[in-house]
Write a protein that binds this ligand. Structure first.
Ligand SMILES: [Zn+2]
Length: 409
């Protein structure tokens, strides 16, 4: 890893814009972008300023990044304050990322402007923490709240969790972990407790997986399962984890919605596509992963018996290729992306910089998600679309509109 890569890594971890750092070291933004790509080099003087900004020593820029970062991370101490059973993050990078999420929340909560929102979210979080004993009970309650968080047939799980349950959702790189839940009141930084429950989501995972993780962690909150750190990639023996997974699946793939969408897809596509491809299109419409939906459909008895094996053993990549080959590319409406952005700008988590557009990689994620959600909404009555195609188009749009992101999209 080059020095420039390390600097970029630190900058991203602190969610600083290139513009901000460029100003700080006294170069133009285009020059800074080039410097992060390795040419021209950062000078020793630059490194002194940046070392101060990132709280690392100049010589640390020349060492493997993880060592420097771990040494600088106060989270090592935090691990001793939280009971080991609750806080089992053996991966140092993940632990450091969780500390950044915590700091982000503490900074937000200490801002007077956010005071009334904080109070409101605290109330919601307290009222719903450990509210339910059974998964069915929790799903019934949550289904009653989803109406205003529906986009087409997909639930906007992020807005649901934040607005109805007061969760603080933070994206970062959590190594092998897909999601983490820490209850409100947990002491992570010395002398400071979490004012809201944290749900930390791995931004490196596919969008559908992230959505499932948010729902899973929401489940931990509703069942009062403290400090849960999950990794759904492996089969799970922990009863709490199974419960949270059952809740997430039941919420994102609620029976009547699944039946409705699958039926629509079959009516529309049964002459064009085989059954596994129709399952893929349904998954894309509900914004859940193929593997989650296929297991759910089999469990619900909605897969014809001669199709169970093909559905469960299908290779998703091949299905995607088959579907996209036979679907004509959809013209993408830039106007729609722009109007989504307008809506997005009004939301609390969209930190918009008048000159440079959205700041931080997590905002790009929102732009993509929201554009996609809006897009789905606008074509509710029309055939579904290949989500990867749409994401690509939105990413290109973002890239062209905000050159600051060239290196990051
Ligand atoms: Zn879990």
């Amino acid at each position: 890893m080059k020095i420039a890569d390390r600097i970029k890594y630190y900058r991203n971890m602190l969610r600083l814009s290139q513009d901000f750092v460029a100003k700080l070291i006294g170069v133009s933004r285009p020059t800074y972008t080039k410097m992060e790509n390795g040419d021209p080099d950062f000078t020793v003087n630059h490194l002194r300023i940046l070392g101060n900004l990132f709280k690392v020593r100049v010589e640390d820029f020349f060492k493997p990044l993880t060592v420097a970062y771990q040494n600088a991370s106060p989270l090592q101490h935090a691990q001793f304050r939280i009971p080991q059973t609750d806080f089992r993050i053996p991966v140092k990078e993940a632990a450091a990322a969780l500390l950044l999420s915590t700091e982000e929340l503490l900074t937000w909560a200490s801002d007077k402007e956010n005071h009334s929102q904080l109070k409101d979210r605290q109330e919601r979080a307290t009222q719903t923490y450990a509210k339910f004993k059974t998964v069915d009970e929790a799903i019934r309650y949550t289904q009653g709240l989803i109406q205003k968080h529906l986009a087409g047939d997909a639930i906007d799980i992020v807005s649901l969790s934040m607005q109805e349950f007061g969760l603080w959702i933070s994206w970062n790189n959590f190594g092998p972990f897909s999601g983490i839940y820490l209850e409100a009141g947990t002491e992570v930084v010395e002398g400071k407790t979490l004012p809201l429950p944290i749900v930390a989501i791995n931004s490196g995972h596919p969008s559908e997986r992230q959505r499932f993780s948010v729902a899973h962690e929401l489940g931990h909150h509703l069942f009062g399962q403290r400090g849960k750190i999950g990794s759904p990639t492996k089969p799970i023996a922990d009863v709490d984890e199974k419960e949270a997974n059952k809740f997430a699946a039941g919420l994102l793939m609620e029976h009547s919605r699944v039946v409705k969408v699958l039926k629509e897809m079959q009516e529309f596509y049964s002459k064009t596509f085989d059954f596994p491809s129709i399952v893929l299109l349904t998954a894309s419409h509900l914004q859940v992963s193929y593997s989650a939906l296929s297991r759910k459909l089999v469990a619900l008895g909605m897969v014809p018996s001669d199709q169970i094996k093909p559905v469960l053993t299908a290779k998703v990549r091949e299905l995607e290729l088959g579907v996209s080959k036979r679907q004509r590319p959809q013209p993408f409406h830039m106007q729609l992306v722009k109007s989504s952005e307008e809506t997005l700008r009004k939301t609390a988590f969209f930190k918009y910089d008048e000159k440079n557009g959205p700041r931080g990689p997590e905002d790009i994620r929102f732009l993509q998600d929201y554009s996609y959600v809006e897009y789905l909404h606008s074509c509710k009555a029309k055939p579904p679309h290949d989500s990867s195609l749409i994401f690509r188009e939105v990413a290109l749009y973002v890239k062209d509109t905000y050159p600051i992101y060239v290196a990051e999209t």
